[in-house]
Each structure stands twice: as C-alpha cells, then as structure tokens.
Design a protein around this ligand. Structure first.
Ligand SMILES: [Zn+2]
Length: 101
C-alpha cells in the first residue's frame, strides 16, 4: 500500500489577524490598533485607516477621535449637521477665510 503524501503546504499570510487575536485586553488591543492606525494614515491611506477606525470604535474609541468619517468613508476633515446630516466643512483658520467675490 502506498500512501501518497503531498508536501504542498502553503501558508496563507495571517500575521495581521493573529496579532489582533493574541492581544489579551481591550486596552492593549486598542493601543496596538492606535499605533497601526497612525502608521496606516501615513503609509497605507484612507481604506486602511477607515478599517482601523471601525475596529477602534468597536473597542470604545469615541466617534470624535476617529481620523475618518464613518458616514462618508472619507477623511474626517468635516462634521455633519446633527439635524440634517449634511456635511459641514470646518472653518479655516482666520487668516485663510475666503471672502466670496
Ligand atoms: Zn462625513
């Protein structure tokens, strides 16, 4: 009898998810995610930062502390009118206020 053994072990890259699961407490998990978010903002861009913001919010991050906007899936450089939900840009610094012609 010939047992056929294949040695075709292919490992999928699961470093990221392993890292998350092995964090023992929410606090240390949050610290790790905050660090990853800072790096993501710098290197990986919006999509990665959005994902990390979502995970952080699930762990208790205040919505105000997000770097991205959940509603529009973009950078959090604006606010939403609480009544209409409309997007409102933050006022620019005093010396940058554009005067309409
Ligand atoms: Zn928004």
């Amino acid at each position: 009898m010939s047992a056929q053994v294949t040695s075709d072990h292919r490992r999928t890259k699961t470093a990221e998810s392993t890292q998350i699961v092995s964090a023992t407490t929410d606090a240390s998990m949050m610290q790790a995610l905050l660090a990853r978010r800072a790096a993501a903002k710098q290197d990986q861009g919006l999509a990665a930062t959005l994902q990390l913001d979502d995970q952080l919010e699930d762990l208790g991050l205040a919505a105000d502390d997000r770097l991205t906007c959940y509603s529009c899936q973009s950078w959090a450089d604006h606010a939403h009118d609480p009544f209409t939900g409309r997007r409102v840009s933050f006022a620019p610094a005093n010396d940058e206020i554009a005067v309409p012609a």
